[in-house]
Design a protein around this ligand. Structure first.
Ligand SMILES: [Zn+2]
Length: 459
């Protein structure tokens, strides 16, 4: 077996310079070759001293990036799969690139983002020391069906000593693999919390233990919050790492754990990113770091530009905001965040709804799980729908109560930019998906939007 492994390691390693020469960077191909030649490749490939994996429906890329950056700043040699993909062959590609030809690790710690669907093909072999599960929500229906289905992939896939870092405010993901050692993080009641669900998506309507009625003490959005079952007493777990006194105005949060309380600077004012930051802090604490040291590591951190980028041109803010298509939760959160900002705004919706692999437009039923109703806010003065599914977005906006005279529908992305009005004092948001095609298109369209904004400012 070992002979077979080394053949797989060497052959797959040889494909890397070949791919580089032919300009095929960042594919899963080397990992695919390795696993074809040796199906147990992940079990034998050299592992750094510690392996941290990050999974969950939303936030896994942001959380992995934060953890990576903090560990690198702390002087660790970190192996990650930022460049490759998060499925098993992508993980294999990163691991084999991180091993020498004699199968020795080049790094002392690995931070790997893992797609939920790859759980059973990754965790038993990679044997993570620590696994973060950010949350579980309804995702792309075509791939992920339902959160309970995804939970079933995670359940039973971890080695018994893998320690889990779980979101106590999510009663779906916090119940994963109950036999594994675990700690919980969560954010205490905030001023903006409610009791009843105002979102279209509510993935947990009954008690996961007895199917009785769940009573929410407070609810942040969707099924996130603290709840208790009126019938069997089942309730949200207590926090090991509690985010409290979240102060958006002064951009600070206190993190309380067994060792006391410590004040942190917030990296972002969106609740989603506050969860991401708290998760990264909890992981650092689990690695044995003290709060003052962690806080120093957060000093230089920021949310990656591909997810959020804001620039002011004259009297108009031009903001790029990732809003994952096919994922009703992520887009609902983005719409809620954008409409919560003061002032008038124009939106260019260019989420293309295309599949990553082929030039194929996915099922659009997710549009009806997503809260487009937020965009009926009177301060959203103009919405332009563009891309292959422009008309589906247009219809959805009308059904959400957005007046038709506020909406334009232009199929070509670059022509769509010409419709922007750049009213002084307003903000222009470019909302785009997370796949590479969306990202490239968004950055190209942004170039045009920036020059149009400059022209408008000079008038
Ligand atoms: Zn119950």
């Amino acid at each position: 077996m070992l002979f077979r492994f080394y053949i797989a390691l060497w052959v797959s390693k040889l494909t890397i310079p070949v791919l580089r020469l032919t300009r095929h960077n960042g594919t899963n191909f080397p990992g695919e070759v390795a696993m074809k030649l040796c199906p147990d490749f992940l079990k034998y490939v050299a592992r750094p001293e510690k392996i941290i994996t990050v999974t969950g429906t939303d936030g896994k890329t942001s959380v992995s990036n934060l953890i990576c950056d903090m560990l690198e700043t702390a002087g660790h040699r970190v192996l990650n799969n930022r460049m490759g993909s998060n499925i098993n062959s992508g993980v294999a590609t990163s691991m084999l690139a991180g091993a020498t030809v004699f199968n020795r690790p080049r790094h002392d710690i690995a931070v790997l983002e893992v797609d939920e669907r790859s759980s059973r093909r990754v965790y038993p072999f990679v044997h993570p020391d620590l696994t973060v599960i950010t949350n579980l929500f309804r995702d792309s229906l075509m791939r992920n069906a339902h959160p309970e289905f995804i939970k079933s992939f995670l359940d039973g896939s971890f080695p018994p000593d893998t320690r889990l870092v779980l979101n106590a405010d999510d009663l779906i993901s916090s119940g994963v693999a109950p036999e594994n050692p675990r700690v919980y993080f969560g954010i205490e009641k905030m001023d903006t919390d409610v009791v009843d669900c105002i979102n279209r998506l509510n993935d947990l309507r009954v008690c996961p233990k007895c199917f009785g009625e769940l009573k929410y003490e407070y609810r942040r959005y969707h099924h996130i919050g603290r709840a208790k079952c009126a019938d069997c007493g089942f309730e949200s777990p207590a926090y090991d790492y509690a985010g409290c006194d979240v102060d958006i105005k002064n951009m600070s949060m206190t993190v309380r754990d067994g060792s006391g309380s410590f004040k942190y600077r917030l990296l972002s004012d969106s609740v989603f990113n506050i969860y991401n930051e708290l998760t990264a802090i909890a992981v650092m604490r689990e690695l044995g770091m003290e709060h003052p040291a962690i806080q120093r590591l957060t000093e230089g951190l920021k949310i990656v530009e591909s997810r959020y980028k804001a620039e002011r041109v004259g009297d108009v803010d031009v903001i790029m905001q990732m809003s994952k298509d096919r994922n009703p939760l992520a887009s609902s959160r983005a719409f809620d965040y954008v409409t919560g900002k003061p002032g008038k705004k124009e939106l260019l919706i260019m989420m293309n709804n295309l599949s990553d692999e082929v030039d194929w437009s996915e099922n659009v039923c997710w549009l009806y799980d997503c809260d487009f109703e937020f965009l009926a806010d009177p301060e959203v003065t103009h919405v332009i729908c563009t891309g292959p599914r422009a008309r589906d977005y247009y219809l959805r906006l009308l059904l959400a109560g957005v007046p038709g005279d506020r909406v334009d529908c232009v199929r070509n992305e670059f022509d769509a930019a010409d419709k922007l009005r750049f009213e002084p004092g307003s903000a222009v948001y470019l909302l785009y998906g997370a796949d590479n095609r969306s990202l490239t298109m968004a950055f190209n369209v942004r170039e045009k939007v920036m020059s149009l904004a400059k022209e408008a400012a000079e008038k």
